[in-house]
Design a protein around this ligand. Structure first.
Ligand code: ZN
Ligand code: FE
Ligand code: FE
Ligand code: ZN
Length: 259
């Protein structure tokens, strides 16, 4: 089974191409299960996401495509939701979707993966930043609000590395993810960023496998042509870490598939 659960639409204001074009690309690549998980609305950083009033349009568009492509490709509906205490909205958390991806993109209001604010890394204590990042991921897992962990080690995006071994820094987050049985995505977007490697690294993926954490696959496409980018390498990485199965969700129920 070829699975790809994390893809965007222009409703988030920083992606391009019609949702149909994403699906057509996936179809041409032999994807079996394709999911949209566009940035959910939030009262913080609203310019990089859809508004609450657009949720209906988004959900209708995806469900209509699912109906139209039935029998050829399974299309799922999800959201990528920011784990940001005080800004998570019930309308999103209780939306009638197949799954929710939980992502940490902000540390104390700092959008650390946004090139606009890259200056904050200079002269900062990188170990401290990485520690705070993985603490947030652990807290996200413990909140039990989400099904999938988005880009586990996103904090490496600009290649500002800590002195401490990343495995040590990530251990607590991985333990928390295992404890609540969340699924980890293998996300190709890192290959398109300065860091030049997928999320998570093979080291962290091995730790996830040791803990019995299930995985799924993610293009994190913001353009139709990014669908399936380096998918084979992502799959090889999964196998290298010992994985033979991957997860998808329907109505927030997990299903496992052979890969
Ligand atoms: Zn995005
Ligand atoms: Fe993200
Ligand atoms: Fe995304
Ligand atoms: Zn993402």
């Amino acid at each position: 089974m070829v699975i790809d659960l994390h893809n965007h639409t222009p409703l988030c204001n920083h992606a391009e191409g019609s949702p149909e074009a994403y699906v057509e690309t996936a179809l041409s690549q032999g994807v079996d299960i394709f999911g949209f998980a566009d940035h959910a609305p939030m009262d913080f950083d609203p310019e990089y996401r859809m508004g609450f009033a657009q949720m209906e349009e988004y959900e209708r568009t995806v469900r209509d495509l699912a109906e139209r492509y039935k029998g050829r490709i399974e299309i799922l509906l999800g959201y990528e939701v920011d784990y940001l205490p005080g800004h998570m909205d019930e309308r999103v958390l209780h939306a009638s979707v197949d799954y929710l991806i939980g992502s940490v993109h902000f540390l104390d209001g700092w959008g650390f993966d946004n090139p606009e604010f890259i200056g904050r890394y200079e002269g900062a204590d990188l170990d401290e930043i990485w520690r705070r990042y993985f603490d947030a991921v652990a807290a996200m897992a413990r909140s039990k609000l989400f099904d999938i962990v988005g880009h586990l080690d996103l904090i490496k995006v600009f290649n500002y590395r800590p002195r401490t071994d990343v495995r040590t820094l990530a251990e607590g987050a991985l333990d928390a993810i295992a404890a609540v049985d969340m699924v980890l995505e293998l996300n190709a977007a890192g290959w398109r960023k300065p860091v030049g490697e997928p999320y998570p690294s093979l080291d962290l993926l091995r730790m996830a496998h040791d803990r019995g954490i299930a995985i799924t696959f993610a293009s994190d496409a913001h353009k139709p042509e990014q669908v399936g980018y380096r998918r084979d390498e992502l799959c090889t990485l999964a196998r290298e870490a010992g994985y033979t199965r991957a997860a998808s969700f329907r109505n927030r129920e997990r299903r496992m598939h052979k890969i």
